[in-house]
Design a protein around this ligand. Structure first.
Ligand code: AHR
Length: 633
């Protein structure tokens, strides 16, 4: 018998309790959420023709090159464009391979745009085709590049066939030279139909979590391998064409396979992140560099007397998000289409830094931010591990500094998650609040194909999350990490959402997050067995909340045992109605997982629950998560 005391609210559950952590890792932005289908659209990768093929270059009748593409660099600060020379019209083609192909759907519309300068009118027509993996044309349009000057051209292609690995092919009528830049292709059907928009299916998955916050843009990409390749938000706003492409920090061989073609176009930049947060009802939570490059890489440090530009970036970001349209950065936001402030409340200083170098820098940031924006809540880091010397040092120092919210990260075994459901039970209620900012159970260690989003990982996270919820006095935000991965281009496993160029699905871990987030309630209640919190006795875990809006008591129960167990809920201090419901997430095999072939294998199932007089009895199947919702009068 478990006792739930509904007469007393222990604390309010923060609306931010369960949120999302977005990082551009695993092709999550370019090639993923950002719906652009052309890789290296403006020829700015380190190898400017990366992603572009020229298969027919030498196949003319006279054994002379039929044409060629040459990247032209104007200057170090200006961008590249591509000069295409057509020697004859015998089949020269410039083909973009997309992000491991392009997802094209039958009857869907795709908006093409490009910039061209056609001196002497040499090129009469550009034929633009989508081709499938066998080179068959599956959609076509053409552009007549009339102007000698740089001009924007637009056209639309309708897909005639569904294909996950399509490519975009340009062929040219005429002989001579044409300059091309910003060759872009977006599905018309983006999230909210926005230009420069986001992939609808992926945003829908985020929206369906009803996340309390969205942390962005990372992760390690905030820090960079060196300081010069840290994420600089100012370079990610304004005209999309002027956002300078940069190599992604995850453009590395990382336990799996190399992704040398991983760059950041910044088409999905800070304005779009704020807009996305607003769209999905999440508090925006940007994390900025604190002048420390990733300590796993160079660990380069900005000297203490050279921190000003980093601090200025933080202050200007707050102005960008919240400032009046008359301020410098507020005007830029307004000109981009959002005169209303984004109402930013949080800012993160550094991602996953540790040691005295971090604390020294944190202090300077804190002073400057609080002096100008006393109400902004600052998130500080505690390093990459939830235990050990670095962690203890960070926590002790941050406590002395009265830090407001400390970000903890843990990538540990499922067993660790089950054994640590009581982690926060003894955290000082008067100390810093906790942001469990990155966590995921690892079925085996390291990013590799054997590290799976399996059911054991998912229900172990759920067991742990009852502990987050029970400690809502201390834990105010939490998020699984990483969020997304492209099935053909990932660097890290496991991940909450998997996608390819056509489809996406939520892992079992995704449904755990969704279940907690959509049933977080408003008031924390005490749930005990024999006067103690349930943190694994008999392999059971539990938490309870009240929702004052829906007038419900919500009890979450996780049975991590290999057999079913019966429990009885003895609810005191509330008058129960007659109706209730049960939402259950379960699978009989700990190794089960959702896949592209069976994306809904592990998904929540809802059924009615008839409230009885006295105690509420229920059977918890083996390896299951149960959310019991009881109406109160
Ligand atoms: O989530 C993947 C990485 O894990 C993040 O970039 C980093 O913060 C952590 O080490």
């Amino acid at each position: 018998t478990l006792e739930v005391d509904a007469s007393k609210t222990i604390t309010k559950i923060q609306p931010t309790m369960f949120g999302l952590f977005f990082e551009d890792i695993n092709f999550a932005a370019d090639g993923g959420l950002y719906a652009e289908m052309i890789k290296n659209r403006s020829f700015e990768f380190d190898k400017p023709l990366m992603g572009w093929e020229q298969p027919n270059t030498k196949r003319s009748s006279m054994n002379k090159e039929s044409g060629s593409a040459t990247p032209i660099n104007l200057s170090a600060t200006n961008t590249n464009f591509c000069r295409v020379e057509i020697n004859n019209d015998k089949g020269y083609a410039l083909i973009n391979e997309g992000f491991r192909g392009m997802g094209v759907k039958k009857d869907a519309k795709y908006n093409l745009s490009l910039k061209a300068a056609n001196p002497n009118g040499a090129i009469k027509k550009i034929i633009v085709q989508l081709i499938d993996k066998d080179q068959k044309v599956i959609g076509e349009t053409s552009i007549v590049p009339k102007s000698e000057q740089w001009t924007n051209y637009k056209a639309q292609i309708i897909g005639t066939q569904t294909e996950a690995k399509a490519k975009l092919k340009l062929t040219f009528e005429g002989t001579g030279t044409i300059d091309l830049d910003m060759i872009s292709l977006f599905p018309e059907d983006t999230w909210k139909g926005r230009k420069n928009g986001l992939r609808k299916d992926l945003v829908q998955l985020l929206y369906d979590v009803k996340p309390g916050f969205l942390r962005f843009p990372g992760g390690c990409i905030v820090e960079g391998r060196t300081l010069s390749d840290r994420y600089q938000w100012k370079k990610s706003v304004g005209n999309v064409e002027e956002r300078k492409t940069m190599m992604n920090r995850w453009n590395v061989e990382f336990n799996h396979k190399q992704t040398p073609d991983y760059f950041q176009s910044f088409g999905l930049g800070f304005y779009e992140y704020f807009q996305l947060s607003e769209d999905i009802g999440a508090e925006p939570l940007p994390i900025l560099s604190c002048g420390m490059a990733c300590q796993y890489n160079t660990g380069e440090l900005a000297p203490m007397d050279e921190l000003d530009p980093y601090i200025q970036d933080a202050l200007d970001l707050i102005e960008f998000a919240n400032g009046a349209v008359t301020t410098t950065w507020g005007k830029i936001r307004s000109d981009m289409g959002h005169p209303k402030p984004f109402n930013l409340k949080y800012i993160g200083v550094g991602n996953e830094q540790w040691g005295p170098d971090y604390i020294d820098r944190y202090k300077v940031f804190e002073k400057a931010i609080k002096a100008k924006y006393p109400n902004i809540i600052i998130v500080s880091g505690s390093g990459p591990s939830p235990k050990g010397e670095h962690f203890d040092y960070a926590m002790a120092e941050l406590k002395k500094l009265n830090a407001e919210l400390v970000d903890e990260h843990y990538y540990e075994s499922p067993k660790w998650f089950r054994e640590n459901a009581g982690r926060y039970d003894n955290y000082d209620r008067k100390g810093p609040k906790i942001f469990a900012g990155e966590y995921a159970a690892q079925s085996v260690s390291g990013a590799n194909p054997n590290n799976r989003n399996n059911w054991e990982c998912a229900f172990s996270e759920a067991a742990f999350m009852t502990g987050l919820e029970r400690n809502a006095e201390v834990v105010q935000l939490s998020s699984y990490a990483p969020l997304m991965a492209h099935e053909d281009a990932w660097q890290w496993t496991p991940d909450m959402i998997w996608f390819n160029n056509l489809e996406s699905y939520g892992s079992a871990n995704y449904y755990v997050q969704q279940l907690f987030s959509t049933n977080k309630g408003t008031d924390l209640l005490n749930i005990t067995k024999d006067g103690k919190a349930l943190i694994g006795q008999n392999d059971l875990y539990a938490s309870a909340v009240k929702d004052i809006h829906s007038k419900e008591i919500i009890v979450k129960l996780v049975n991590t045992a290999a057999s079913s167990q019966e429990v009885s809920i003895d609810l005191k201090g509330a008058k129960l109605g007659s109706k209730g419901s049960i939402i259950r997430l379960s699978s009989s095999n700990t190794q089960d997982e959702n896949t592209f072939a069976d994306p809904k294998k592990i998904t929540p199932k809802q059924s009615e629950y008839k409230i009885t007089k006295g105690k509420q009895d229920l059977d918890l199947p083996a390896y299951s998560i149960t959310v019991l919702k009881l109406k109160i009068n």
